[in-house]
Ligand binder design. Structure first.
Ligand code: FES
Ligand code: FES
Length: 176
């Protein structure tokens, strides 16, 4: 099968990968780079489990060709925490009980991190709109709203975060 060579920047690290022309960002981060925190749910753009950041914007990994993101900065859930310190969203989700099975959680966290980085004080409508493409089959969404509010409040009191450059897995992104 024909393969193409791509140069990708993921979580601050450069990678050269040989992949099928039809390979998606989700295929590459999970199957080639073994960053399995990003989850494959529906694989058709409806659940949001595969959300990653591309140049700071939330994108569905299953609908984005890897070839499209050459020259972009891709960030996965593994880059969310800073060293041993969880991102405020990760802490807030844990403290508020906003995750049950956790399968959807990496996608929610990446979507919310993109929201809070450009909208530090989102209205409830903005939060609702931002996570409208992320589905959770376990929880009601009430605890997630609480967690997002809590994280936003904490982030407003902290200096701006630099993204973590390591590829170590985040707490919520460790299981397949
Ligand atoms: S796996 Fe991408 S939206 Fe469901
Ligand atoms: S916590 Fe299980 S799908 Fe969301």
């Amino acid at each position: 099968m024909r393969k193409i060579l791509l140069r990708l920047r993921v979580n601050g690290a450069h990678h050269e990968v040989a992949v099928r022309p039809s390979a998606t960002v989700l295929d590459v981060v999970r199957d080639t780079l073994h960053l399995t925190g990003t989850k494959r749910g529906c694989d058709m753009g409806t659940c949001g489990c595969c959300t990653v950041l591309v140049d700071g914007r939330a994108r569905l990994g299953c609908l984005t060709l890897a070839a499209e993101v050459e020259g972009c900065e891709v960030r996965t859930i593994e880059s969310l925490r800073e060293g041993e310190q969880l991102h405020p969203l990760q802490s807030a989700f844990a403290e508020c009980g906003a995750a049950q099975c956790g399968f959807c959680t990496p996608g929610f966290l990446m979507t919310c991190s993109a929201l809070l980085s450009r909208t530090p004080t989102p209205t409830p409508e903005q939060v609702k709109d931002a996570i409208s493409g992320n589905l959770c089959r376990c929880t009601g969404y009430t605890k997630m709203y609480e967690a997002i509010d809590r994280a936003a409040a904490q982030m407003r009191t902290e200096p701006a975060r630099e993204p973590e450059l390591s590829s170590r897995e985040a707490v919520s992104g460790g299981s397949r």
